[in-house]
Design a protein. Structure first.
Length: 207
């Protein structure tokens, strides 16, 4: 391994250490209560050292956000073998909810927490998230082609499908369903997904 390759590897390892440490602090203390200085103290580095890897806290949040979408997209790719788009769409919903429940801290940073949208607009790129969204859009387009959905605007239908499952995930993650026992929440989630996807197939038939 050359000197340049070793330096690049060390740089990436340090970036990962900062990101992992920040993730733990964000999850425990809340994003607003974690500063660059606090992250630096947790890994026994100076704040200046952190700034040599990330411009600001927003950059760290954005890196975590991208990692979350990489994980989600990898899971979505596991559904590529499902040929029927309606079945694939249903499985996407189940997978999305499962991902959100098992990665609550990631999900919060990806979709709910402040600061992410501003950094995306600043960078003018959303490659990791766009890949995931396009995966859903492709499946919705196939559902329209097969007649499972009436001939409608693909982007409107895609946004509606995403908004449906995102809304449920967000309600649970932010504790808005705390009055319900966990087993009831799980039953409602499963029933809600079944309701929407059962009716996807009946929309055209009823027209």
């Amino acid at each position: 391994m050359s000197t340049d390759e070793r330096k690049e590897r060390e740089k990436q390892e340090m970036r990962q250490l900062i990101v992992r440490t920040a993730m733990k602090l964000f999850a425990g203390d809340g994003i607003d209560n974690v500063s660059i200085r606090k992250i630096a103290e947790a890994i026994d580095y100076s704040p200046g050292s952190i700034y040599s890897y990330f411009k600001d806290k927003g950059e760290i949040i954005h890196a975590i956000h991208n990692e979350g979408f990489e994980k989600l997209f990898a899971l979505q790719q596991s559904l590529d073998s499902i040929k029927d788009p309606r079945e694939r769409l249903a499985k996407m919903g189940e997978l999305y909810i499962k991902f959100a429940m098992e990665n609550k801290d990631y999900y919060d940073l990806m979709f709910i927490a402040k600061g992410v949208a501003e950094k995306i607009q600043e960078k003018k790129e959303w490659d990791a998230g766009q890949r995931s969204y396009n995966s859903l859009r492709t499946t919705v387009a196939e559902c329209i082609e097969k007649g499972y959905l009436k001939d409608t605007d693909i982007d409107a239908a895609t946004f509606a499908m995403w908004g449906f499952v995102h809304g449920m995930a967000s309600l649970i993650i932010r504790g808005r369903c705390a009055m319900m026992p966990d087993e009831v929440v799980q039953q409602i989630l499963k029933g809600s997904l079944k309701f929407i996807y059962d009716n996807v197939g009946s929309i055209t038939n009823n027209k």
